[in-house]
Design a protein around this ligand. Structure first.
Ligand code: AMP
Ligand code: GLY
Length: 430
């Protein structure tokens, strides 16, 4: 098969690494890719949101499968455009992508199909929103309806903060069009985990769980980021919790989307809050998480192309029982440019990655990297590398990952030193 992967982050490098291990993959292209992906795929200079450019490339190069990494092209209708050209695609239609593209759509689906989630209201009018905040009190959560690059959620400690966030969003000053409608919801206190499942619109293949680390500094301090590290499986996962998530959240979502006339095909990434042991849905993403995808791909033992093709062809039922996972823990430490998530310098040189990859059981996935004109590897983004390791325990995987991190020569980068701490603490207490 000729396969085209769309995207350029650490998630896409992990997908590319796994796709080229498949016996079905003849040629892998990636649009636009990064310096790490270039080692296992042919990178083509087409933006991930350039739908016409991607379609033309797929036609010219006899592409048999397009795998879409990020949400923006899916929300913009890339999967529909490919389907119209009879090109096989892994990723949901534009209508189904609303699960991530519109928080109001997601919350209304939960209300209609009794999926447990925070109580909420949806508003376009500031006075109505403020009345709702005053009635419910703080802490309370204010969310921009549309995509906001992971920044559209304000956890307001006071009513005044919540009102300020509403005014900021509805005025269009924060998040533009995405903030013209807001969802205001109950604050839920608990521990978070991510749960991934694949569906072809009918059958469901539960993948696995993971836990992200959203704050920039050790001990979960400092501002939110896109994710500073992750490990899989999440330490609090049990067969009972797995079943509860499948029965109360994932299955009703898949059935509900079908009943609404927009069957979901692709990966469902459920952000879940455990409230007193009960899983409640925080949000849906319609793509793999980044950096959660990196440890998940390291734990997957089956052929990824078989799985993605079965989703696209709606034949998932045939392979559900064949998918194998490593029982080991995988853990990914993100190395970011100093200054991230604020402003940071670009084009800083990175060295010694060969030594990092030589550490047994590890793989360093690239996110924001490029090669400059002299062939030197340089940083071109905020999150730059995802150093990922497989180990018998979380502690073991963590030790391996940091051994690899410490071989990397990147003076302008930094990382958290405590990825996996909740799991290690819980395992020590057990
Ligand atoms: P979201 O993009 O909806 O996942 O929100 C980003 C982060 O905000 C989540 O990962 C949670 O940590 C937090 N969050 C979102 N909604 C709530 C809520 N209702 N209660 C508590 N925390 C929340
Ligand atoms: N790691 C968070 C995300 O991918 O949205």
């Amino acid at each position: 098969m000729n396969i085209l992967l769309v995207g350029s982050g650490g998630r896409e490098h992990a997908l590319a690494w796994k796709i080229v291990q498949s016996e079905h993959c003849d040629t892998l292209y990636c649009a636009p890719g990064n310096a790490g992906i270039a080692a296992c795929a042919t990178c083509v200079d087409i933006k991930d949101t350039d739908i016409d450019g991607l379609i033309a490339f797929a036609k010219d190069n006899a592409i048999d499968l397009v795998v879409v990494g990020p949400e923006a092209p899916l929300v913009a209708g890339l999967a529909d455009a490919l389907a119209r050209e009879n090109i096989r695609v892994f990723g949901p239609s534009q209508n189904a992508a609303q699960l991530e593209g519109s928080k109001a759509f997601m919350k209304d689906l939960c209300a209609k199909y009794a999926i447990p989630t925070a109580a909420y209201g949806t508003f376009s009018d500031a006075d109505d929103a403020i009345a709702f905040i005053k009635k419910n009190g703080a802490p309370i959560v204010v969310k921009a309806d549309g995509l906001a690059a992971g920044k559209g959620v304000i956890i307001a400690e006071t009513e005044d903060d919540a009102i300020a966030a509403v005014n900021d969003m509805l005025s269009g000053n924060a998040f533009g069009e995405s903030g013209h409608r807001v969802v205001i919801e109950e604050f839920m206190d608990g521990e978070e985990l991510s749960f991934f499942a694949l569906t072809d619109g009918k059958s469901i293949l539960p993948l696995t769980s993971a836990q992200d680390h959203k704050r920039v500094f050790d001990g979960d301090k400092g501002p939110n980021t896109g994710g500073m590290g992750a490990y899989s499986p999440a330490h609090m996962m049990t067969p009972k919790l797995h079943d509860a998530i499948m029965e109360t959240i994932i299955r009703p979502t898949v059935d509900g989307m079908k009943a609404e006339g927009c069957p979901f095909k692709g990966v469902l990434y459920a952000g879940i809050m455990l409230v007193g042991g009960t899983p409640k849905l925080l949000e849906y993403n319609i793509r793999f998480g980044d950096p959660e995808c990196q440890p998940i791909m390291m734990r997957l033992e089956s052929d990824l192309v078989d799985i993605l093709t079965a989703v696209a062809d709606e034949t998932l039922e045939n392979i559900i029982h064949q998918v194998r996972w490593s029982s080991q823990t995988a853990l990914c430490v993100v190395m970011a440019a100093k200054g991230y998530p604020g402003s940071y310098p670009k084009n800083t040189p990175i060295g010694s990655l060969e030594q990092a990859d030589a550490v047994d059981g590890t793989k360093t996935f690239h996110a924001g990297t490029a090669q400059d004109t002299d062939g030197q590897l340089v940083s071109v983004g905020g999150r730059v590398l995802g150093v990922t390791a497989l180990g018998q325990t979380t502690e073991d995987a963590q030790a391996k990952a940091y051994t690899a991190v410490d071989t990397i020569d990147w003076p302008d980068g930094f990382c958290r030193r405590d990825i996996g701490w909740r799991a290690i603490k819980a395992q020590k207490a057990a």
